[in-house]
Unconditional design. Structure first.
Length: 99
């Protein structure tokens, strides 16, 4: 059996989530958004001591992993937790850590 055959799709998704969460700013963003009942539509650079270009890179990584979603409503962008993928990530990490 080849090593790639040992890795499940769930393990690949969990690794992608973990990679996206691998920076304290991204953890902060996820924590902030997970506490919102609806989308956050403010300017996150007001909450974080980083420039917009750096923030954009962090948001892109989280969005590419599927942990957040965003809508452009000029001049703002609304960001929300992707509830389905967030729940999948939580369950996957729980299963892994409870072993």
């Amino acid at each position: 059996m080849k090593p790639k055959d040992l890795i499940t799709d769930e393990q690949k998704r969990l690794a992608r989530y973990a990679k996206a969460m691998g920076h304290p700013i991204r953890i902060y963003i996820l924590d902030l958004l997970s506490k919102q009942s609806c989308c956050y539509s403010g300017d996150l650079t007001e909450d974080l001591p980083i420039v917009k270009s750096t923030l954009s890179q962090h948001l892109k990584e989280l969005k590419d992993a599927g942990l957040i979603q965003g809508e452009i409503e000029a001049p703002r962008i609304k960001y929300c937790i992707n509830r389905e993928n967030w729940a999948e990530a939580q369950q996957g990490f729980r299963r892994l850590l409870d072993k």
